[in-house]
Design a binder for this molecule. Sequence first.
Ligand SMILES: NC(=O)c1ccc[n+]([C@@H]2O[C@H](COP(=O)([O-])OP(=O)(O)OC[C@H]3O[C@@H](n4cnc5c(N)ncnc54)[C@H](OP(=O)(O)O)[C@@H]3O)[C@@H](O)[C@H]2O)c1
Length: 195
Amino acid sequence: MTYSIIGSGKVGTALARQFARNGIPVGIANTRGPLSLALLADELGSTVAAQTLEEALAADVVILAIPFSAHRNIGGTHANWNNRIVIDAMNTYGVPPQELGDQASTDVVAAAFTGARVVKSFNQLPAALLAKEPAQDGGRRVMFLWGRDQDANTSVTALVEKLGFAAISLGTTTDGGKLLGLGGPLILQNIIKHQ
Ligand SMILES: NC(=O)c1ccc[n+]([C@@H]2O[C@H](COP(=O)([O-])OP(=O)(O)OC[C@H]3O[C@@H](n4cnc5c(N)ncnc54)[C@H](OP(=O)(O)O)[C@@H]3O)[C@@H](O)[C@H]2O)c1
């Protein structure tokens, strides 16, 4: 399974740190090309590869850590995402409510990624917390996830756990996207789970 992070800002960098911490290879890309990521890749070591956008968008699992306004542009790079998993770590700050209508933002994203299985995760915490070691006080920081495809949810649960978080999947529940979307009750929940 290959992984990539699109976006090297606060969230993309926080996630890259978690991949590096756990020795899971990941590519990372932004609008400015791999040279702009050389310092970050140097700091994080060989598990984090600075890539072109085209390379990063070819991964089996693509994590979106970009402004919501950029998602259609990225979705449109592939006519069909061939069942690949796209993890939506975006929040909809500044997005006019009429753009979402009554839909969960992840469903709006899914509409722009034809043939992808979109799972929402990694959006619930501020980037500074997302970057921290998930093991805390004898427990692990909780990371929620939700998506409409149960197999994709299971794969993302496994990834979230490998990164050291305590994954809580909301499964395919109808309202899960809204619970985990901006303004939902799970946003900003910093919970430490003790086994
Ligand atoms: N910041 C938080 O605490 C936080 C927490 C949870 C969720 N989120 C959500 O996570 C997402 C990213 O937030 P952020 O704070 O990390 O933003 P950020 O620091 O502004 O970084 C955005 C990144 O997206 C890249 N980007 C923008 N358009 C792109 C495109 N078309 N193709 C490829 N890369 C593109 C930018 O590339 P360049 O570097 O080349 O400009 C930049 O690396 C947002 O949706 C935000 O709502 C943020």
